[in-house]
Design a protein around this ligand. Structure first.
Ligand code: MIC
Ligand code: SF4
Length: 643
């Protein structure tokens, strides 16, 4: 029986376990990446492990928070640079670009494994590698040489046939996928793209598709490494990093989805979820206030050239604010040289820094109730920085159509000649902003006042007495739990950042948890379906842990967030009967007796002390994960097992 591509790469990296859907396996990690917003915690955790030099090829990127409105970011960046220097980590300075764009250009390699403390790490799956988003703690363990544990997923094959038609692009493919699979229920799945339609897509186009696999909630997405991949590696001056790698002809998949590119039309994700997808035609005519092109989804040379070509000789509509953020220094340097930058500026575009910026709510918040068309991957409520901002996700082509007309417009209706974007035979290669580490143990690590120690948890007590601190509904994202934007600068200062847990949903949450603690009680979060979707933000587990949250009771939990809860010692239970979700109320007192024994069982009985009834829950963690949770998190577990 033939192997699919995911299986092949796993087999060559397997450390423990049997690769069968649902089993826990441990794999060897070749590369890691971090970004500044989660990097500080990852490196503090790495330092706590006492390993002198990383065992992986590791890159630390600064791309999320470059506003530097205060000393905090600058402190973080200096800490990141010095800690990288000391421990053998490459440091990609602010200005070099968005981690996923730069990693794809300069580091990604077919056949390797990469984990990154950012949920869009699967972008690099575009070149035929296994790239996964994880919490910072898992990155720290991998850098120290430990295996990465994951549940062996189901593998879905997406067969692309036909060819993308003019004005339809890779973004429309992934928006279509989101319409089919939605953001819910895809935990434990990997997607492998293939077929003649996939073969015709360039690597940057493929990366737009693998990038937004994060929104589907899948473990990762991959394309085969083929002749098209070779062209990309050659153009990046890295032909030696390329190898031919794909699934066997007779590879077996758990499910096959067919997408005919010939019939694909431009799509748009409406507020406030990436799976709220319609065709652009259905929304056409809506007045637009802001248009932003950029982010790790759509900021490649191909995308920015498409934008520049479309606006050439035209003017941005008078009531639209149009911003363009090239994804990397490489892209910016090249458009500066070939004149495309001039076309953009002449048309009235605002040129934004080569960072995450608007995508993570750092700048460019739209006006009150403002309609903003963006090429990024997330449009969760409030993420833009404006609570009632109406963010729509589109391709660069659809974005420009709106920037020119002032209303949502199907780019096919513009009457323009479709630009023929030719990718360069050789990109401009200049890694000036990637600082090589000195591996000098004498390097002094800079720790400004914004750098705090990672807080520790204690082992789980025998009996748990806790109060519900908040009850929330379905699809709660890590942005709801731990807002980013102006609060990003507190990422390396957990006591401070913890004041903002659920800030936009219930600003009293931190105070309530504190009151529970004073009564000698832990706190519980009660949630609906797909809790923790959206990102690898481990602060969404770390800060609640700091506030004394010991249990999450949900209808279902997303993969990366679930792993982060384990790493910080928060017990995740799911309702055996979802009706019990309705019975429970904010403030209810709950109890679990003999927790250590209870989690060994499949069913765990929880008492609602306030209301005087019992209900059943499930704990679907692996034996290893249960032990970590009972120890109070991964740091305690590792310390216990290495004594
Ligand atoms: C995001 O897009 O939400 C982020 C900011 O990149 C996060 C990581 C973080 O919160 O640091 C992600 O996607 O994992
Ligand atoms: Fe940055 Fe946005 Fe990509 Fe996250 S999704 S890595 S914030 S560009």
């Amino acid at each position: 029986m033939g192997k699919n591509l995911f299986e092949k790469i796993i087999s060559s990296h397997l450390v423990t376990g049997t690769p069968k859907a649902g089993n826990e396996i441990g794999i060897r990690i070749d590369q890691t990446l971090t970004q500044d917003a989660l990097g500080t915690m990852a490196y503090l955790q790495f330092e706590a492990m006492g390993v002198p030099v990383v065992k992986t090829e590791s890159v630390s990127y600064v791309d999320h928070n470059t506003l530097q409105d205060g000393f905090e970011n600058a402190d973080d960046h200096r800490y990141l640079q010095t800690v990288a220097d000391k421990h053998g980590i490459k440091y990609s300075k602010a200005g070099n670009g968005i981690c996923h764009q730069v990693h794809l250009e300069r580091f990604a390699r077919p056949g390797l494994t990469l984990i990154g403390s950012d949920s869009h790490t699967p972008t690099s799956g575009a070149v035929g590698m296994i790239a996964m988003g994880v919490g910072g703690m898992d990155v720290a363990v991998a850098m120290a040489g430990g295996p990465f544990y994951l549940t062996y997923p189901k593998v879905i094959r997406v067969n692309l046939t036909g060819r993308l038609q003019p004005w339809c692009s890779a973004k429309d493919v992934i928006l279509k996928m989101l319409q089919i699979l939605t953001t819910k229920g895809n935990v434990g799945t990997v997607i492998e793209y293939g077929g003649p339609g996939a073969a015709a897509l360039t690597v940057p186009e493929r990366s737009t598709i693998t990038n937004m696999g994060a929104e589907l909630g899948v473990t990762t997405s991959l394309f085969p490494s083929d002749e098209m991949t070779k062209v990309f590696f050659k153009a990046q001056g890295r032909e030696k990093d390329w190898q031919l790698l794909g699934p066997d002809e007779d590879a077996v998949y758990d499910r096959v989805i067919e997408i005919d590119l010939n019939s694909l039309v431009p799509h748009i994700a409406c507020p406030h979820s990436p799976d709220n997808v319609k065709t652009v035609n259905e929304v056409a005519g809506l007045k637009v206030d802001q248009v932003l092109v950029g982010s790790c989804t759509n900021s490649s040379y191909r995308d920015i050239m498409m934008v520049a070509d479309m606006v050439k000789g035209k003017k941005v509509h008078s009531h639209v604010s149009f911003g363009v953020a090239p994804g990397s220094k490489q892209v910016l340097a090249m458009i500066a040289k070939n004149g495309a930058l001039h076309e953009l500026v002449a048309a009235g575009a605002r040129i934004l820094e080569t960072t995450c910026g608007f995508c993570v709510g750092c700048g460019q918040a739209p006006q009150t109730k403002g309609v903003s068309l963006r090429t990024n991957n997330r449009n969760f409520e409030g993420r833009s920085g404006t609570k009632d901002g109406q963010v729509y996700l589109v391709s660069p082509e659809t974005a420009v159509a709106a920037a020119l007309t002032g209303v949502v417009t199907d780019p096919r209706d513009l009457g323009l000649t479709y630009p023929d974007i030719v990718l360069p035979e050789l990109y401009e290669i200049d890694d000036t902003l990637i600082v090589e580490p000195s591996k000098d143990q004498a390097v002094e690590v800079y720790r400004g006042p914004n750098i705090g120690e990672p807080p520790k948890n204690t082992a789980m007590l025998e009996s748990l007495s806790a109060k519900v601190g908040i009850k929330v509904g379905d699809k709660i994202t890590t942005d709801h739990i731990m807002p980013a934007g102006p609060f990003l600068k507190y990422r390396s200062n957990v006591p401070k950042y913890a004041d903002y847990v659920f800030y936009h949903m219930n600003p009293e949450f931190a105070a309530k948890c504190q009151a529970n603690r004073e009564q000698g009680k832990a706190s519980v979060i009660v949630a609906g379906l797909s809790y923790g979707q959206g990102s690898s933000r481990e602060h969404a587990a770390l800060c609640p842990m700091y506030l004394g949250v010991r249990v999450l009771l949900a209808k279902s939990v997303e993969r990366i967030h679930g792993a982060n809860l384990v790493n910080f010692g928060i017990l995740q239970l799911t309702f055996e009967d979802e009706m019990d979700y309705d019975r429970i109320e904010d403030g209810d007192e709950l109890a679990i007796d003999h927790v250590h024994q209870a989690v060994e069982q499949e069913i765990i009985v929880v008492k609602n002390v306030s209301k005087g009834y019992e209900f059943k829950t499930k704990c679907s963690l692996t034996p290893r994960q249960k032990e970590i949770v009972l120890s109070g998190g991964l740091l305690n577990y590792v310390a216990k097992n290495t004594k």
